[in-house]
Design a protein around this ligand. Structure first.
Ligand SMILES: NC(=O)c1ccc[n+]([C@@H]2O[C@H](COP(=O)([O-])OP(=O)(O)OC[C@H]3O[C@@H](n4cnc5c(N)ncnc54)[C@H](OP(=O)(O)O)[C@@H]3O)[C@@H](O)[C@H]2O)c1
Length: 289
C-alpha cells in the first residue's frame, strides 16, 4: 500500500485497454494506481514482476499487457507463449502469495468459431490460431495459480488509443475510393473504454463480492467486419465504397474464428454492469477521432 490506499497495478498501460483505464483512474480516488508497460515492467522478466509485487503489495492486479499481434504469433510462438501464458502464470502465483485479486483479460479467439449461437463461458474451447492457444493457456494458468481470479474474455477491441480496425478503416476510407472487407466473420466489437468501466465496476462492486471465474464482455450486438466498416463509413459520412468479400479472398497467416459471438448474461447478472449497443458506442468513439 502507498498512502494507505489499496494499490491497483495495471499492465499494458500504453495499449488500448490500459490507456482507457488510465483515463478513468481519476474517478477512483480511493485507490492508488500503478500503471506499467514494457519499459517499467517487462512481462518477459519474472524477477521484475516479482519486485513490483514486493514493493507495491497490490490489492488488485489488472492484466492488460499481452502479445496481441495475431498473425505474427503464428511464427513468434515462443514470445507469444512467454507473454500470454508464462507471464500471467507468474503474476497469478504472486497474486496468490500477496492475496491480490486478479482480473485477467482474455479473448473470443479461444473458441473455434464453429458455433451458431453466442458462446457461454463454459462452452468447449478450441482455438484455431496460436494467439488463441497462447491466451487459452494463460487463462488456465491464472485460474490454477490464484483462487482470487476473474478472467474476462473480450472481442474486437477498439479505442481512440493504439491500433485497431476502426482506425485502419478511417485511414483506408480516407485514402481509397473503394475497399473490401470480410463479411463472413461475425462477432461483437468492444469499445475499450466500456471494458475499462466494466472492470472498475467489478472492483468497486457495492456488494463487495469478487465472484471469481470466467466472464464474457463486449458491446451488445453481433455483426460482421463488413457491417462494422459500413457503420464507420455512415457515421463519418465518408464516400468510399465498401465491398463485402469472403474470408477466402483475404487470406491471413492466422486463421480467424468465423463466429465469435459471446453471451454476456453471466457478467451482467453477477456485477452491476449494463451493456451498451455496439453502434451507440462506436458513435461515441468516432466523435473523438
Ligand atoms: N485487441 C483486440 O482486438 C483484443 C481482442 C480480444 C482480446 N484482447 C485482449 O485484451 C487485452 C488488452 O488488449 P489491447 O487491445 O489493449 O492490447 P494492446 O493495445 O496490444 O496492448 C497491449 C500492451 O501490452 C504491451 N506489451 C507487449 N509485450 C509486453 C511485455 N513483454 N511487457 C510488458 N508489456 C508488454 C504492449 O506493448 P507493445 O505494443 O509495445 O508491444 C501494449 O502496450 C489483451 O489481453 C488482449 O489479448 C484484445
Amino acid at each position: 500500500m502507498m498512502n494507505n490506499k489499496p494499490v491497483i497495478m495495471v499492465t499494458g498501460w500504453l495499449g488500448q485497454l490500459g490507456s482507457e483505464l488510465f483515463d478513468i483512474a481519476g474517478n477512483y480516488p480511493q485507490f492508488e494506481f500503478n500503471f506499467s508497460d514494457k519499459d517499467e515492467m517487462d512481462l518477459m522478466n519474472a524477477e521484475q514482476i516479482t519486485s513490483f509485487f514486493e514493493q507495491l503489495k497490490p490489492a488488485y492486479f489488472i492484466s492488460c499487457g499481452a502479445y496481441t499481434a495475431v498473425d505474427k504469433a503464428e511464427t513468434d510462438r515462443e514470445i507469444a507463449l512467454a507473454i500470454n501464458a508464462d507471464a500471467p502464470g507468474t503474476i497469478a502465483a504472486l497474486c496468490s502469495q500477496y492475496n491480490t485479486k486478479l482480473i485477467h483479460i482474455s479473448t473470443d479467439y479461444v473458441f473455434s468459431g464453429n458455433s451458431t449461437e453466442p458462446y457461454k463461458e463454459d462452452d468447449v474451447t478450441d482455438p484455431v490460431n496460436f494467439y488463441g492457444y497462447s491466451k487459452l493457456l494463460g487463462e488456465k494458468l491464472v485460474l490454477q495459480n490464484n483462487d482470487n481470479t476473474i478472467v474476462i474474455r473480450t472481442s474486437w477491441v477498439y479505442s481512440t488509443y493504439g491500433n485497431n480496425f476502426v482506425k485502419t478503416m478511417l485511414r483506408l476510407m480516407g485514402s481509397r475510393p473503394e475497399i473490401s472487407v470480410v463479411s463472413d466473420q461475425v462477432g461483437s466489437p468492444t469499445y475499450a473504454r466500456d471494458l475499462a468501466a466494466a472492470i472498475m465496476a467489478i472492483v468497486t462492486n457495492p456488494s463487495g463480492e469478487f465472484t471469481t471465474g470466467v466472464y464474457h464482455f463486449s458491446n451488445d450486438g453481433i455483426i460482421s467486419w463488413y457491417d462494422f466498416a459500413v457503420a464507420i463509413k455512415e457515421i463519418k459520412h465518408l464516400n468510399c465504397i465498401v465491398h463485402p468479400i469472403p474470408t477466402t479472398a483475404y487470406p491471413t497467416p492466422a486463421k480467424r474464428p468465423a463466429y465469435s459471438g459471446m453471451s454476456k448474461e453471466k457478467i451482467t447478472s453477477t456485477f452491476p454492469i449494463k451493456l451498451k449497443g455496439w453502434r451507440e458506442v462506436l458513435e461515441e468513439c468516432l466523435a473523438k477521432l
